[in-house]
Design a protein around this ligand. Structure first.
Ligand code: LLP
Length: 386
């Protein structure tokens, strides 16, 4: 929610830009920390969701680790003071150079996605006289019931190791001296709002654990990944997802052995609701069937609507007039450069300030310079001097 003094400040800035409500982020972080502490759960923030240094340094101050998918994400995490022994590193295509730097940084664990990857990590670790700690990223074949582009845990996806490879992996691990198996890792998709999906994941993890137990293997930790969704339709009513219920599901359904730790990799649920993309109306144009509100922000600043037909709530911060319907579009030379069709907004005119809400996750990080657009700036509520 943007109050009138914040509006005045934002309206004086050159648009488009990202605006982050740092109080909301702090409250979210405090909530997660408290709810996770009930069960001694370990949280790694998935920095792919938002790697803005100011956001990162606030998150690390709450004691969370980092979940990275590239060498540069590892570097960015360390630069922003995430302890390297709390960094997990996933990804189906880790390059030799990235593996080397992760080994040199002594990260907590590699989440390995294939047999050839484990062999390469072993070789590189051997050349450095190190032992790499790994978790097996297992494809549990659980459907996340989310957009097919962000489903990752069903058999046809490229992610993870499939159960029919387990025998071969155990044999291999006895031969590889520079690999230590410390965990099992799962991540089935993103923007999961149906909590029963996480119950199914737990039950499947229990089955998989049983297989490993039958083979005399008890790993130190189970990493259940991320994926907890946010309410894009009601950002003000539900600014913080229900972490209490979320963690309670894992506590209820996950069977742990001995002193096994549970790790999470949360991205969107931490940062999604604290960010808005702020833009200005350039033109209102009458089409044949509809009015277009043409913004100075487009798919170059926020790709999600164009890429996934994702819904983001759109608000006109400058008008309280009667509502009309608008197709809200950007200036980019692509028909998919559309933030919403037939969006009901107060009567909209040139220069009105528009907020596209719930853009804190996978917004700024997925921006591009297509059409040679300038990278949008970011502003933070705690920097605003009113
Ligand atoms: N762990 C792994 C291994 C992942 O691949 C991801 C996200 C996460 C954790 C964090 O998931 P989260 O808690 O944020 O759902 N660009 C898409 C989302 C892609 C998610 C990729 N993986 C979007 O804008 O919806």
């Amino acid at each position: 929610m943007i109050n009138s003094s914040t509006y005045k400040y934002l309206n004086a800035q050159e648009t488009p830009f990202y605006y982050y409500d740092m109080d909301l982020l702090k409250t979210s972080l405090a909530t997660i920390k408290e709810e996770a502490a009930r069960y001694n759960y370990h949280i790694h923030y998935a920095i792919k969701a938002n790697a803005n240094p100011k956001i990162l340094s606030l998150i690390q101050a709450y004691g969370f680790g980092a979940d990275c998918v590239s060498g540069n994400e590892i570097k960015r995490s360390i630069d922003n003071k995430f302890p390297s022994n709390q960094i997990v590193y996933a990804g189906v295509g880790k390059s030799d150079k990235e593996i080397e730097m992760a080994l040199e940084a002594n990260i907590f664990c590699f989440n390995c996605e294939s047999i050839p990857e484990i062999e390469v990590i072993n070789e590189i670790a051997k050349s450095k006289n190190k032992v790499a700690k790994i978790a097996l990223r297992i494809n549990p074949n659980v459907n996340a019931n989310t957009h097919h582009y962000i489903t990752t845990g069903i058999a046809e996806n490229k992610f993870g190791i499939n159960p029919w490879e387990f025998d071969q992996i155990l044999e291999l691990l006895t031969e590889l001296d520079n690999i230590q198996l410390v965990g099992l890792h799962f991540h089935i998709g993103s923007q999961i709002v149906d909590l029963s999906v996480f119950k199914s994941l737990c039950l499947r993890i229990n089955e998989i654990q049983n297989w490993f137990l039958e083979h005399q293997i008890i790993v130190d930790h189970i990493n259940v990944g991320g994926g907890f969704g946010i309410n894009y339709h009601k950002p003000d009513e539900e600014p913080i997802p229900d972490f209490r219920n979320y963690f309670a599901i894992f506590n209820e359904f996950l069977n742990l052995k001995a002193k096994q730790q549970v790790h999470f990799e949360l991205g969107r649920s931490i940062v999604g609701q604290c960010g808005s993309l702020i833009s200005r109306v350039l033109y209102v144009k009458n089409g044949i069937n509809t009015n277009f509100a043409i913004l100075d922000a487009g798919m170059t600043e926020l790709l999600r609507p164009a890429l996934y037909q994702a819904f983001h709530k759109i608000e006109n911060l400058s008008s309280t007039d009667e509502h009309e319907n608008y197709d809200v579009v950007g200036p980019i030379c692509e028909s998919s450069d559309c933030f919403g069709k037939a969006v009901s907004l107060p009567k909209t005119k040139r220069n009105d300030l528009i907020a596209i809400r719930s853009a804190g996750a996978y917004g700024e990080v997925m921006a591009s310079n297509y059409n040679l657009r300038q990278t949008a700036k970011s502003f933070f509520s705690d920097d605003i001097q009113i």
